[in-house]
Design a protein around this ligand. Structure first.
Ligand SMILES: [Zn+2]
Ligand SMILES: [Zn+2]
Length: 378
């Protein structure tokens, strides 16, 4: 398995802000826009994003540190491209942390009694794109949960038969035991060993549920995910967890959001960050630049003259909505000034005379391949 830290070229003890910095640099370097048709760069770009989606999230990073390098031996990148890493981890985490829920765990189902008991809670991860998190989305969510066995109506007895009153405890679920001791006689009340406290015994068990009265089945729920949701936020759907026992209420379903990293827009709470590449003349003289926003619209951004490399400009109200609120974050545009590596002869002339005018000494020798080539024939 490829090391996620190695992909982002950071040490294992890198701070979150170092990881962020490394990501920004690499994403810039391998962005498909600057490498059209380059499969290798595209793969690398996917891996960088997948690695970042884990390491940028302190909770996921901690899990990766604990389970990531030891483990299954399978290569998460093999054959399916780095972008699927999120799903793979999602499943792994669901197995490790979800499923049993936090309402009582796995053991409680094998501890029957005749008192009402609430069903277990279920926790499940929902993967969302950043755009879905911005707009909100209605999703069909498949949930595996325990429900009442329809075959036996939850009795656990084969249809046509009935659970019988336990002859040992006469349906009480507990038995009194009188013991003689040195100090005299004492009575203890214990759970009936024959019916395990249910007060009933099943002679012929239901084939569907093997006598438990409940079966695990897939349910599809339509869930509205609110705009502004972010990773690790939970949505609670009351009563959508496992069925209760002996008339107890059902557990709850918790959906845990996992919002994908978007390579063009970095999220910081309700604000988004993007980059704008300018030429030197544009930064010096100012320009009107078209900015792509997350929802696909274009904004005209006025770049003032004298804009510096690394400066940030703000587009108000083009960030993420704040959850359960009417306010919206902003879009911050980070300015990169691109220094050209290739120049036409004319551009070189102009830059040289600009350098003269600014009294900025520059290399007289021209190292460009064009003039070297020309030199051969002059
Ligand atoms: Zn049944
Ligand atoms: Zn009994």
């Amino acid at each position: 398995m490829e090391d996620l830290y190695a992909i982002l070229e950071v040490p294992r003890d890198a701070s979150q802000s170092d990881i962020k910095k490394a990501y920004r640099k690499l994403v810039h370097q391998y962005h498909p826009d600057s490498h059209p048709g380059d499969k290798e760069a595209e793969e690398k770009f996917k891996k960088i994003n997948a690695a970042y989606s884990v390491l940028n999230d302190p909770e996921k990073r901690a899990r990766y540190d604990q389970f990531g390098t030891t483990g299954t031996g399978s290569n998460p990148f093999g054959g399916m491209g780095g972008a699927d890493l999120g799903d793979l981890f999602g499943d792994l985490f669901a197995q490790v942390f979800g499923g049993g829920g936090f309402g009582g765990g796995f053991t409680s189902r094998s501890r029957p009694s005749n008192s009402p008991r609430q069903g277990d809670d279920i926790e499940q991860i929902v993967h969302l794109t950043l755009l879905e998190a911005m707009k909100g989305v209605t999703r069909d969510i498949d949930v595996m949960k325990y429900e009442t066995c329809q075959h036996c109506n939850g009795t656990g007895a084969k249809p046509g038969t009935k659970p019988e009153t336990c002859p040992r405890c006469h349906g009480q679920g507990h038995v009194r035991q009188t013991q003689q001791s040195f100090f005299g006689q004492f009575v203890s009340i214990n759970t009936c060993p024959d019916c395990h406290g249910t007060g009933k015994v099943i002679r012929d068990k239901c084939d569907e549920c093997k006598g438990s009265g409940h079966v695990r089945k897939k349910h599809t729920l339509e869930v509205k995910i609110p705009a502004g949701i972010s990773t690790n936020m939970r949505i609670r759907i009351s009563g959508a967890g496992d069925v209760g026992e002996n008339g107890g209420p059902a557990g709850d379903l918790y959906l845990v959001a996992d919002v994908e990293v978007n390579p063009d827009f970095e999220r910081d709470g309700a604000d988004l960050h993007t980059t704008l590449i300018l030429t030197y003349p544009q930064a010096v003289l100012g320009t009107e630049a078209k900015i792509k926003t997350l929802d696909g619209t274009e904004e005209l951004l006025s770049v003032p003259s004298g804009t510096q490399h690394g400066q940030t400009l703000k587009v108000k109200g083009k960030g993420m909505p704040k959850i359960n609120s009417k306010s919206v974050g902003d879009l911050y545009v980070h300015i990169y000034i691109e220094i050209p590596k290739k120049l036409t002869d004319k551009q070189r002339e102009i830059i040289k005379s600009l350098a003269d005018e600014m009294k900025a000494p520059v290399s007289e020798k021209d190292s460009g391949i064009g003039s070297w080539f020309k030199g051969l024939f002059s």
